[in-house]
Design a protein around this ligand. Structure first.
Ligand code: ZN
Length: 138
């Protein structure tokens, strides 16, 4: 059994990527390395690398996207914690067998060259959990 390997990134919901880019660049003392839109999710993402862990800023690009709804309801702040796994399909099956509710039935293409799956916060003590696996070119 592989289980979760490490915290891959922490997702933070923000209102405006330009002002937050300036803020987090100042906070971390370093530049972001990637900005990427995920059209299917209605988000723009911005990534900072801090050692082994990344910080992902998430800005809604559509009024009805999950990030827009989150910011509307709860304001800006920590949105999810993402854990790296070796084999996302095997982990999804394991978590399903353990009684967790998965928000998608098969892995989705996420930002930063990842396959991702989210777990319902109802089954994880209120924390939105993402598992992700690097897309390998083979
Ligand atoms: Zn994420």
């Amino acid at each position: 059994m592989e289980g979760f390997l490490k915290v891959e990134h922490i997702g933070i919901a923000i209102k405006n990527i330009e002002s937050s880019k300036a803020l987090f660049t100042k906070l971390f003392g370093k530049e972001s390395y990637k900005e990427e839109g995920v059209e299917s999710e209605g988000v723009n993402t911005l990534f900072f690398q801090l050692g082994e862990t990344k910080i992902e800023l998430l800005e809604a690009t559509q009024a009805d996207s999950p990030i827009a709804k989150f910011v509307e309801k709860r304001g800006e702040g920590i949105h999810h914690i993402a854990y790296e796994v070796e084999n996302i399909e095997a982990e999804m099956q394991r978590l399903k067998n353990e009684g967790f509710i998965l928000l998608n039935d098969s892995p989705k293409k996420g930002a930063d060259n990842k396959l991702v799956c989210f777990l319902h916060p109802k089954t994880t003590n209120g924390v939105l959990v993402e598992i992700c696996q690097e897309i390998r070119n083979s």
